[in-house]
Write a new protein. Structure first.
Length: 228
């Protein structure tokens, strides 16, 4: 088991600020509109402003967790592939205190398969729930070089989805509004690339941009918990 990280509140605040400033090195830039400035509060933390977790979200871990890692992500993004094992590890080691939420942020100008994959993931989840969604996510990220309609359908078939229902869902555009809304949330909160993760908990929302290492995510979470 990893050694427990012990950080006092003053030091934690400094570390958290350094992490947020350094994170831009890892960002896969999105050539969209300029991001809104991230507001500062008296707490000394950079603050995001994304919607609270809802029953609509795909959650890995406990829905009653104290901290949610709300990731705005792109199925075709290599940096998202890099950060996902980190987020999963944080959840698995937390004994129910941390959960991971996936929201869509397809960078369509550079990743043409990002939106089709997002649509496929929702159509599979519509039939199989969160279990199907997370299995689809793992399979697509493990096969990013083969992304396309054939891969998505193959994964769906292997999971036992009804192919007619799935194809109708994909062609319907029913999830376009959801995907656009998620991307808009990320933009409005200062997200300019993927992965854009918001550490949501203990009365705060701390944005973390890029595929940062486990230790740095852990430091942010510990710093927030130390405020309580």
């Amino acid at each position: 088991m990893p050694k427990k990280i012990e950080i006092t509140p003053p030091v934690a605040i400094i570390i958290c600020g350094v992490i947020i400033a350094a994170a831009i090195v890892f960002v896969n830039r999105y050539p969209g509109p300029a991001a809104a400035a991230v507001p500062q509060e008296n707490s000394g933390y950079a603050q995001a402003n994304v919607p609270a977790p809802t029953t609509e979200d795909h959650v890995y871990g406990s829905r009653t967790a104290s901290v949610f890692l709300i990731e705005y992500s792109d199925f075709q993004c290599p940096f998202c592939d890099r950060v996902n094992p980190t987020l999963k590890r944080l959840v698995d080691e937390s004994d129910g205190e941390i959960a991971w939420i996936y929201r869509h942020f397809p960078l369509e100008s550079i990743h043409p398969e990002a939106r089709p994959a997002a649509i496929a993931s929702e159509c599979i989840a519509a039939q199989l729930g969160d279990s199907g969604f997370w299995t689809f996510l793992d399979e697509v990220f493990a096969n990013q070089q083969a992304m396309g309609a054939g891969l998505y359908a193959s994964v769906g078939n292997s999971l036992g989805v009804n192919p007619i229902t799935y194809n109708t869902c994909v062609a319907s555009g029913v999830y376009d509004e959801l995907i656009d809304r998620h991307a808009g949330e990320a933009y409005a909160s200062g997200g300019t690339g993927t992965p854009y993760t918001v550490v949501y908990g203990y009365g705060a929302q701390v944005p973390v941009s890029g595929a940062l290492p486990y230790e740095q995510f852990k430091a942010v979470i510990t710093a927030l918990g130390a405020r309580q």
